[in-house]
Design a binder for this molecule. Structure first.
Ligand code: SF4
Ligand code: SF4
Length: 156
């Protein structure tokens, strides 16, 4: 499967040369590794603030491509879907998946070798087992009081 994200023509290792706030729109978009994990439903402990990801996927997630099935018009169906930007990353990084490139860079960590910008192929994310491909369950078929049974351990 070809990479659905346009990563052509970018300066090698641009994310190591520029702060997140200085990235172009194309560079910002290219940081997404396409794992799909930010489209999983989360459980947040009100007291501790701890966030757990579950395998219960947003209704619009296609877990074969790991992409949103209606990205351009998704807010018509899922108004709460976040548009991640450099200026709101501070308030969202805490719930992003541990392997998410935006979170890693926000934490001052390097990207993993399986990131498409390093490996040169989007398939490396799936091969490394860090995407949601093939293992989500539907939020329509999974009542919210059962989400706890679907918490996933994130690879770190
Ligand atoms: S978790 Fe991060 S890297 Fe993965 S799809 Fe979401 S934004 Fe992209
Ligand atoms: S609406 Fe699309 S982008 Fe937003 S969480 Fe759902 S699948 Fe992901």
């Amino acid at each position: 499967m070809s990479d659905p994200i346009d990563r052509k023509g970018l300066t090698p290792r641009f994310w190591e040369r520029k702060p997140l706030a200085k990235l172009s729109q194309k560079e910002w978009e290219a940081l997404c590794d396409g794992c799909g994990k930010c489209c999983l439903n989360k459980l947040e402990d009100e007291d501790s603030g701890e966030v757990a990801l579950t395998r219960v996927a947003c209704r619009l997630l296609d877990d074969e491509s790991c992409r949103c099935a209606q990205y351009d018009i998704r807010h018509q169906f899922v108004p709460e879907c976040i548009v991640l930007r450099p200026d709101n990353l501070d308030s969202h990084a805490y719930w992003m998946p541990q392997t998410c490139a935006y979170r890693l860079l926000w934490e001052g960590k390097p990207l993993y070798d399986w990131h498409p910008l390093i490996s040169g192929t989007a398939e490396s994310v799936h091969k490394a087992g860090v995407s949601v491909r093939g293992w989500t369950v539907s939020e329509f078929e999974t009542p919210e009081d059962e989400w706890e049974d679907h918490i996933i351990e994130e690879p770190t």
